[in-house]
Design a protein around this ligand. Structure first.
Ligand code: HEC
Length: 260
């Protein structure tokens, strides 16, 4: 009787141990999956911003074939931009969240098709920041638990809808002196458990054409200083940033429920 109990207890203990080990491995696997996904999403998004930036001449040109900006061709171009930027293939669309992002990118450009082909309008205003904003709004309608935001410290925000939330403000405070990617595995989004990542955007001289001071504004070229405007080409007041300022960044959140 005693031996039988001993065997029983041995099996019970081993079973428990196996269960603990299994849960442990599973949670490590899950942590990796989460981190990979948020990194992929960040890079997919960044590549689309770069493509929109490089293609300002095509977006704003009069007439001609603009097919590179729409549908399958648009995505092929973003995939090439990704490859050139990160020296690796665009991620497989093996997760709902990635598929939703790709779909949203194409839809945003489709929404702007009439504007992009309107030859009456010289500067269309489809710049990385507006594309990013429209993409965030589009994603919000998809309800897949993915939120992307282009944001900066609350003091100088152009679009109020880009205002940082508590998490973003606290992270920016931490990294503003030494910009680096910040990943948080135990954050919240809309009161639900989420992973979040903030990727700072390096400041570049061309940012100053809009966010800098009137002397950086291309609209003031060949104008007398007394005629200079502090309104940039997109119609916003310039913020007088310099190269030493913080450029803001991309904030990405994914609800943990999408991993279950
Ligand atoms: C052609 C003008 C232009 C250039 C160049 C430009 N931006 Fe902007 N930026 C804008 C506009 C317009 C918005 C507001 C977009 C919107 O409606 O959401 C914006 C928004 C932003 C935001 C989001 C917060 C906010 O104020 O709404 C950040 C951060 C930002 N820009 C940083 C940069 C950085 C960094 C660069 C250079 C790498 C850059 N921008 C280049 C025009 C520009």
């Amino acid at each position: 009787m005693l031996a039988k109990n001993k065997i029983k207890s041995f099996f019970r203990q081993s079973f428990l141990l196996i269960c603990i080990l299994f849960t442990c491995f599973q949670s490590i696997a899950n942590e990796n999956t989460m981190k990979y996904l948020i990194n992929d999403i960040t890079k997919m998004y960044m590549s689309s911003m770069v493509f929109i930036f490089i293609n300002q001449p095509l977006i704003n040109q009069k007439g001609g074939d603009k097919g590179d900006l729409f549908g399958e061709r648009f995505m092929q171009n973003i995939k090439q931009t990704y490859l050139a930027k990160y020296d690796e293939q665009f991620p497989a669309e093996d997760h709902l969240v990635k598929r939703a992002l790709v779909q949203a990118m194409v839809e945003v450009m489709n929404d702007n098709q009439a504007l992009i082909y309107d030859d009456e309008i010289g500067f269309k205003g489809i710049i990385p920041a507006t594309f990013a904003f429209q993409l965030s709004a589009k994603l919000a309608t998809k309800g897949v638990g993915l939120k992307i935001k282009f944001t900066r410290t609350a003091g100088s925000i152009r679009n109020k809808l880009n205002k940082p939330d508590k998490w973003e403000s606290s992270i920016m405070l931490k990294i503003i002196k030494k910009p680096q990617i910040y990943y948080d595995e135990n954050a919240q989004l809309n009161g639900k458990p989420a992973i979040r990542q903030f990727t700072p955007l390096p400041m570049a001289p061309y940012c100053l054409a809009c966010h800098g001071s009137p002397k950086n504004n291309p609209l003031n070229k060949n104008r007398k200083k007394s005629d200079w405007t502090n309104i940039d080409i997109t119609g916003f007041e310039m913020e007088n940033w310099t190269m030493a300022d913080f450029g803001g960044g991309i904030s990405i959140s994914i609800e943990k429920s999408v991993f279950q």
